[in-house]
Design a protein around this ligand. Sequence first.
Ligand code: ZN
Length: 91
Amino acid sequence: MEKAVHRSECRCFVPNLEDGEPAETFVLLEGDKQALSFLGNLILKHLETDVCNLSLSPLGAGSSHFSTDSNVGIYLHRVPCEHGSITVPSE
Ligand SMILES: [Zn+2]
């Protein structure tokens, strides 16, 4: 019997807003119970390691956990660490 694959969809999106509401960008993590449990457990297990960062990408490592509609990966970074906080350039 083939094992079921539970994939999460990870996308940045701006929800439909009422007039006058400021536009905000969200990260959508959508999946069934098993897929979201995987992501939750991944974060918890990562905290037990000595490594500060972990990444999964729909195009690279961990791609089997993403739906084909995913357009962003996941980058976890536990601080404090030797690298300091990651600076994200503003658009
Ligand atoms: Zn670090």
